[in-house]
Each structure stands twice: as structure tokens, then as C-alpha cells.
Design a binder for this molecule. Structure first.
Ligand SMILES: *[C@@H]1O[C@H](CO)[C@@H](O)[C@H](O)[C@H]1NC(C)=O
Ligand SMILES: *[C@@H]1O[C@H](CO)[C@@H](O)[C@H](O)[C@H]1NC(C)=O
Ligand SMILES: *[C@@H]1O[C@H](CO)[C@@H](O)[C@H](O)[C@H]1NC(C)=O
Ligand SMILES: *[C@@H]1O[C@H](CO)[C@@H](O)[C@H](O)[C@H]1NC(C)=O
Length: 774
């Protein structure tokens, strides 16, 4: 990921600068034996400070006052331990203390947005789903009690999406705060936005140690200067806002998924990324504050769970009944590109809506091509102008990187720019600044036929790879190529939809191949939601436009949709565990589009697979009443972790219990009671799993199994019928997968499904098969 590389570079650069003046320090996260605190320390914080003090007198590399200030955070819920700024020798010497379980360097995570700027709103069909005549509960009323914590870039509290008109009093159990800071006061919160805090110590440390932060760029408060956090928070739980519009171009109603739920914003992401130490502090606080749902549209690489800050914090959240929804990442269509794959996390991929913004490019040879755009200014008229596509003086003109276009060549022309490397909207700014009057943004193989609309600074049309290749060919073969661009507004009922977004990260799951990920997809392309007025819709510094709403794309956008829907399920079923809610969302997801064909993948236009869409596309209405659920207890998650070959210490880092022995573990991690299956044959031909389902439908329900399997695998389920006497009854079934002999399958993957069904319900689990060790 380009942005990730950039962040790491800055990070190391600042460390190198720091090294010239003092010992090289960086942030470490230290896992402590929580119950080993000596009695003479009143609090854990006292104990940790003292531990750090003794460290500096040992290594004599620091004065006592420095070591005191080097304690960044004390963690008590999401993690047991603290974070501190240490040099490598200090980190090493900490490890020798018997109270220290592990010492890990801080890592940086990135937001999962493709920073699509955009446009104005139309009704999202999801909003209409919750009018269930058979469900007597008033979910709107009940969701007043549900609190969604959003870890992101903060919040723009003045947005109409956080209007608290008609909201009853804040639930008495809420322990959160409206933290004051620069340009943010306790009065910035209300009965809708009930909490706001910020966590910047890890970020300061990585940016060169506290003082070096560019103060004028970073507001030290929960205020959102980026837009991303306001967008995700309002997607999850924004109030209804009619006549939402971007730059007056169109109008519609904007609203979140759970319009009556409460929002608490935890700002953990800053200009150069989101640091693990800050994320952990935000999660720790959100758990203490009493949130019911945690929405996190950010992630890092693929690491074991005991090294993954988000997975560690999410485990405690899950244990306390908090549903954790995370974005799957935007590194698709590459395989094995997922983030946030822990089984106690809902891993959310992205699909399209049935809405489009067509725009047209007419070439000098009269060919007319359709693409998309959210360009909202003056058009370029109907007179064709010169069209160019060239590498330019430093060979990057085809990508329209900054400084790559020669004004003499570009002035007055439309420029073809390849998608990739730099931000799409930046390419538009580069063309405009070089004197170009229009841009055709053409996909390459990496982005395929997926079109993401942007509110460019100049007339611009985004086209897919096939059209892009025809236009490139035209420019190359024509002596005087020309083009004229025009814009078609908004179109609804686009078919097919949903389609899996090309950027949505794909399986297989590299951390635990036996758990199928992503879990499902939700709307994540061209999503309208509230925006920060500190930044223009493109997010570019030179974009001086102010908009109260913006359209963005990314799994960052699909994640809060699921967070909001989970809040509604929590309101409808307050006693359900996070794993039960997750199961309900997954087993009711749909796998056919609005043309009644199986879901397609924008990357190649072919049929999608569970490695791209997981269980399918979320269906909030059906999820309310799933019939059966696959529940998972904390003990089962511990048995799962123990089956991964982790040390007891590593399992303790995640599960935070002193009494873990791993006496109980699965013989195969795929034995976890997960609502989907990922079968890895590798060195065996037979894989057998037992699952347990709980009846949450009606007493006397009877289900029969329907199996779909590829020709290369024999699948048998025993029993084939499940008869539940009462609500709450649990029944088990065993499924046996046998790889058939003969076929050379070393490079292949296949998919199937296991469905428990009756007249009222279809409880569907996708199955992915692999024949090689992943
Ligand atoms: C909040 O909503 C109410 C009711 O819709 C409306 O009367 C009021 O003007 C809104 N306030 C703001 C600040 O938008
Ligand atoms: C490309 O060349 C221009 C000068 O023509 C220079 O200003 C710019 O920095 C160069 N950009 C890159 C990416 O090398
Ligand atoms: C381990 O400790 C947890 C609480 O920390 C407790 O719920 C659990 O029952 C204990 N397990 C065993 C096997 O003692
Ligand atoms: C199976 O197919 C792979 C490539 O698809 C090939 O490399 C391998 O040699 C084949 N194995 C056998 C036993 O034919």
C-alpha cells in the first residue's frame, strides 16, 4: 500500500533524526502480569512508573525525570500493561523482569479509505429495511440505549448528522466524556454525540518526540480535520438530514444505519497514521466508557493475533459483550490481502450500491464512452479539444504524478491519466495546474472495470480498463486525437448491483487459513455521509471548497454500515452475544445480485467467490430473525488460540487471564464454532468438524440440510435434520469433507455451502476449499 510505505518512511526518518541527539527511542507496548502487582503500589500506574524508573537507573541512559515522562499510557482493559518510550537496551532489560510477559515495538495502522471525494445523497435502500410488521419491538426506541464507539480521525460535532433533536436522556450507565481541547469544548457533545476523546501520545513520540509535532497542522482535540471520522460516525448512526447536498449540485436525505443510536468518537488517527499505542488507549477507554459497538475503519498487515493491537483489544471488547466491526482493507484484488482477520472481529469487505454517476467521453472518431464522475463545476463546452497520453519528461506523465506534465504539451487539452500510485483527485489537480482543461482517468489491470466517482477540481471522467485501452489505442494511432467530456448526473437502479469492489481486500486468511474471511460485504462505493468543514471534498490542500457532506469509497465506508446494523440487532436482541450478532448477520447475507445472478466481482467482471464476499452481502432485515445462530464463548476462543501453536504467554496477551494452561484446545483451529467454513486439505484427505447451533426462532422449529459441493469433494452432514423443541435449545451436527482422489488440485480453490432451512429461514454457511498449505 502506497500510503503505508509513505508513513513508515516518515516514521523511520524521524527516528533517525532523533538518533543524532539522544539514544534511539521508540514506543514499546509492554505486556505485564496484571496480578503480579506488589501490594505496596496503590495502583498499576504507580507500579509501571516505578518499573521504568528502576530501568533507567540500571542502564544509566536517562535521568529519572525523563523515564517518568516516558510512560505514555497505562492499559487496564483492552490490554494488561503500558506503553513507553524506550531505547532498545531498556526494552531488552525489561524483558528480564519476571513480571513482564512481552515487549513489542509500536506499529502504525492506516485508514481504509480510498479518499474518494464526492457528492450528494440519495436514499440508501438499506434505510428502508427495518419496517418489519412481524417484529413488535420498536427498534428505533430500543436503539436509544445502544452506544457506538468510533475509533477514527475524530468528529465534526456541528454536523447536522449529530443533531440530537428528540433524543431522550443519555443512558445512566455511560461513563464517557467530552474531552475539551483546541477548538473543542464539553459543549460540543450532546445527546447524540455523547462522547469525544483524543489519544495522541504514541503519535507524538513517533513524530520525533513530543515537541516536534507541527502544531498548526494538528488540532489537539477530538475535532476532525480530515473528514474520515465524521463520515464513518455518521454512516453508523447519523441522524436523518433532509436536503443534504454537496456544493448545491443535487439533494437528498442523508442518514446513518442506526439513526437513534448514540455516538462516541475516539480520535486515534493523525496526519501520519494511527499508532498502535494510541489505538489501544482508545479501545481501553471505549471499553471502560461502556460502548456497545466498536467501529474501526483502519488496519495494518497480517500478523499473529498476539502482535496485533486491534485483535488484542477486540478480544476484551468481545468478552465484555461489545460487537467489534473492522474494515477488511483496500488492497484487493490481490489475494491474501486482508487485515483484521481475528475470528472475534467482524471483517467487512465492500460492494457497490445500485446508484451511479455517469459521465461521457466523445472522441474525435465519434466513439462515445461512458464512465463516471462527480465533477460539479462549469463544463468544458461541446467543442472537441486535443487529447494527450504520454510519459512526459520524467516518465510518469501517464500517471500524472506531481511535476510530471509539461505545461507546453498539456495546456488547453484533455489528458489521459492511468489510475494508480497517487490519489485520483491529485491527478486531476496536476492536470489542472499544468494548464489542462479535462482529464480521462483510465483504469489499469489492477483496478479492472471498477469505477469510483470523484469530485475532481476539473472536468474529469473515470473509465474502466477496457474503455481505457480503447482510448489509449486511439491516442496512439491518431495524428490529431481530440475529445470532449460531458456529465450525466445521477442514475438509480443500476444493474447488476451489488458488485464486489475491486479494491476490497481478499482471502485467503493468512493468519488462520481455517477461518474464512472476509466475513461479509456491505456498501462501500460512493457512500454519502457527513464531512468535516476543515477540509475540501477531495481532501487536497488546494481544494478550498467547503462541504457538509461528501461521498467516499473504501472498506472504511462499509465497516460502519455493519456497525450501525449491529447496533440495531443489539437493540432488538439485547441479550445476544457479539458472536451471535455476527452469526445472524453472516448466515442471512445474500449471494445474488439485483439481476438474480450470483454476485459479481468488479475486478474482472467474473463471478465473485467467498474469498471476496465472505458469506455475502448484509441483509439487515433478515438478520433480525436468523432462526439459528452459531454462538462462541470466550472459553472456545481460548481453545482456538491454544490450537494455533501459540505459547501460553501469547494466549495470555490476548485473553488476559492468569490461569490459562491450554489444557483444552482444538485439534484443528477450524473446529471453532464459526458460521462459515474454510477447509484446508493440505496433507490430509478428510476434514471433519462439529458445529453447534442455537434455536433463536420459534419453538418446534425443524430444519433440513441442503449441501452444495464442488465435484472434487464429497460432503456429508449428520444428522440431516435438526428438530428443536424450545427456543434456546442447542443441537450439534458433524460435517465431513472428503477430497476425491485423482484430480490435480494443487493450484485450485473451490467453494460450496451448507444451508439449514425450513419454510421461514435459510441459515447459510459458505465453504471454501484449498488443497495446498496457504
Ligand atoms: C435539528 O433538528 C430539528 C428537528 O428536525 C430542527 O428543527 C433543528 O433546526 C435542527 N438543528 C440543527 C442545528 O440542524
Ligand atoms: C519531474 O520533472 C519536473 C520538472 O520537469 C520536476 O519538477 C518534478 O519534480 C519531477 N517529478 C518527479 C516525480 O521526478
Ligand atoms: C480463569 O479465570 C477466569 C476469570 O479471569 C474465570 O472466568 C475462569 O473460570 C477461570 N478458568 C479456570 C479454568 O479456572
Ligand atoms: C499439478 O499442477 C501444477 C500446476 O497447476 C503443476 O505444477 C504440478 O506439477 C502438477 N502436479 C502433478 C502431479 O501433475
Amino acid at each position: 500500500m502506497a500510503s503505508m510505505a509513505c508513513i513508515s518512511f516518515l516514521f523511520f526518518l524521524s527516528l533517525a533524526i532523533a538518533a543524532t541527539t539522544t539514544a534511539v527511542k521508540q514506543t514499546y507496548i509492554v505486556h505485564m502480569r496484571h496480578d503480579a502487582k506488589p501490594d505496596h503500589f496503590p495502583t498499576h500506574q504507580d507500579w509501571y512508573s516505578s518499573t521504568l524508573q528502576s530501568l533507567s537507573s540500571e542502564t544509566q541512559s536517562d535521568s529519572d525525570s525523563d523515564s517518568l515522562s516516558s510512560l505514555l499510557y497505562t492499559y487496564s482493559s483492552a490490554f494488561h500493561g503500558f506503553s513507553a518510550s524506550l531505547d532498545p537496551a531498556q526494552a531488552e532489560s525489561l524483558l528480564s523482569s519476571p513480571s513482564v510477559v512481552g515487549v513489542y515495538p509500536d506499529t502504525v495502522y492506516t485508514l481504509h479509505t480510498t479518499r474518494t471525494p464526492a457528492f450528494l445523497g440519495l436514499n440508501n435502500d438499506l434505510n428502508l429495511y427495518f419496517h418489519d410488521p412481524h417484529h413488535p419491538l420498536d427498534i428505533d426506541q430500543a436503539s436509544h440505549d445502544v452506544i457506538i464507539g468510533v475509533l477514527d480521525t475524530g468528529v465534526w460535532p456541528e454536523s447536522a448528522s449529530f443533531n440530537d433533536s428528540g433524543m431522550p436522556e443519555i443512558p445512566a450507565r455511560w461513563r464517557g466524556q467530552c474531552q475539551s481541547g483546541q477548538d473543542f469544548s464539553p459543549k460540543s457533545c450532546n445527546k447524540k454525540l455523547i462522547g469525544a476523546r483524543f489519544f495522541s501520545k504514541g503519535y507524538h513520540m513517533a513524530s520525533g518526540g513530543g515537541g516536534a509535532l507541527k502544531k498548526h497542522l494538528e488540532v489537539e482535540s477530538p475535532r476532525d480535520q480530515d473528514g474520515h471520522g465524521t463520515h464513518t460516525a455518521s454512516t453508523a448512526a447519523g441522524s436523518v438530514v433532509s436536503d443534504a447536498s454537496l456544493l448545491g449540485y443535487a439533494s437528498g436525505t442523508a442518514r446513518g444505519m442506526a439513526t437513534h443510536a448514540r455516538v462516541a468518537a475516539y480520535k486515534v488517527c493523525w496526519t501520519n497514521g494511527c499508532f498502535g499505542s494510541d489505538i489501544l488507549a482508545g479501545m481501553d477507554q471505549a471499553i471502560e466508557d461502556g460502548v456497545d459497538v466498536l467501529s474501526m475503519s483502519l488496519g495494518g498487515g497480517s500478523t499473529p493475533y498476539y502482535r496485533d493491537t486491534i485483535a488484542i483489544g477486540a478480544f476484551t471488547a468481545m468478552e465484555k459483550g461489545i460487537f467489534v466491526s473492522c474494515s477488511a482493507g483496500n488492497s484487493g484484488p490481490n489475494k491474501a490481502s486482508l487485515a483484521n482477520v481475528a475470528p472475534w472481529i467482524m471483517t467487512v469487505g465492500a460492494g457497490t450500491l445500485d446508484r451511479d454517476f455517469p459521465a461521457y467521453a466523445i472522441l474525435g472518431n465519434k466513439q462515445r464512452f461512458t464512465g463516471v464522475s462527480l465533477y460539479s463545476g462549469k463544463g468544458m463546452g461541446s467543442k472537441p479539444v486535443g487529447l494527450i497520453y504520454e510519459k512526459g519528461s520524467n516518465g510518469t506523465g501517464n500517471l500524472c504524478l506531481p511535476g510530471s506534465l509539461q505545461p507546453e504539451a498539456v495546456r488547453g487539452k484533455v489528458v489521459v491519466c492511468d489510475r494508480g500510485i497517487n490519489a485520483r483527485v491529485e491527478k486531476g489537480a496536476v492536470v489542472r495546474d499544468a494548464g489542462g482543461i479535462g482529464m480521462i482517468l483510465a483504469n489499469t489491470a489492477a483496478s479492472g472495470e471498477e469505477l469510483v466517482a470523484d469530485s475532481h477540481l476539473l472536468p474529469a471522467v473515470a473509465v474502466g480498463r477496457k474503455v481505457g485501452d480503447m482510448i489509449r489505442q486511439y491516442v496512439r494511432s491518431e495524428a490529431n486525437p481530440t475529445a470532449v467530456l460531458s456529465f450525466g448526473g445521477t442514475v438509480l437502479n443500476v444493474r447488476p448491483s451489488p458488485v464486489v469492489a475491486a479494491f476490497s481486500s481478499r482471502g485467503p486468511n493468512m493468519v488462520t487459513p481455517q477461518i474464512l474471511k472476509p466475513d461479509l460485504i456491505g456498501p462501500g462505493v460512493n457512500i454519502l455521509a457527513a464531512w468535516s468543514e476543515a477540509v475540501g471534498p477531495t481532501g487536497l490542500e488546494k481544494d478550498t471548497r467547503k462541504t457538509r457532506f461528501n461521498i467516499m469509497s473504501g472498506t472504511s465506508m462499509s465497516c460502519p454500515h455493519i456497525s450501525g446494523v449491529a447496533a440495531l440487532l443489539k437493540a432488538a436482541h439485547p441479550t445476544w452475544s457479539p458472536s451471535a450478532i455476527k452469526s445472524a448477520l453472516m448466515t442471512t447475507a445474500y449471494v445474488v445480485d439485483n439481476t438474480h445472478s450470483p454476485l459479481r466481482d468488479a475486478a474482472g467482471g467474473e463471478l465473485s467467490t467467498p474469498w471476496a464476499h465472505g458469506s455475502g452481502h448484509v441483509d439487515p432485515q433478515k438478520a433480525l430473525s436468523p432462526g439459528l445462530i452459531y454462538d462462541i464463548s470466550t472459553e472456545e476462543y481460548v481453545a482456538f488460540l491454544c490450537s494455533l501453536g501459540y505459547t501460553v504467554e501469547h494466549v495470555q496477551t490476548i485473553a488476559k487471564r492468569p490461569n490459562i494452561t491450554c489444557a483444552k484446545k482444538f485439534n484443528d483451529p477450524g473446529q471453532l464454532n464459526y458460521p462459515s467454513f474454510s477447509v484446508v486439505f493440505a496433507n490430509k484427505r478428510v476434514v471433519r468438524y462439529t458445529r453447534q447451533v442455537t434455536n433463536v426462532g420459534a419453538a418446534g422449529s425443524v430444519y433440513e440440510v441442503a449441501i452444495s459441493a464442488p465435484p472434487t469433494v464429497a460432503v456429508t452432514v449428520k444428522p440431516t435434520k435438526l428438530a428443536f423443541k424450545n427456543v434456546g435449545d442447542k443441537l450439534r451436527y458433524t460435517v465431513t469433507f472428503v477430497a476425491k482422489k485423482g484430480a490435480n488440485l494443487s493450484a485450485r480453490n473451490e467453494f460450496g455451502s451448507i444451508v439449514w432451512r425450513n419454510a421461514d429461514h435459510q441459515v447459510r454457511s459458505p465453504v471454501a476449499f484449498s488443497w495446498t498449505q496457504i
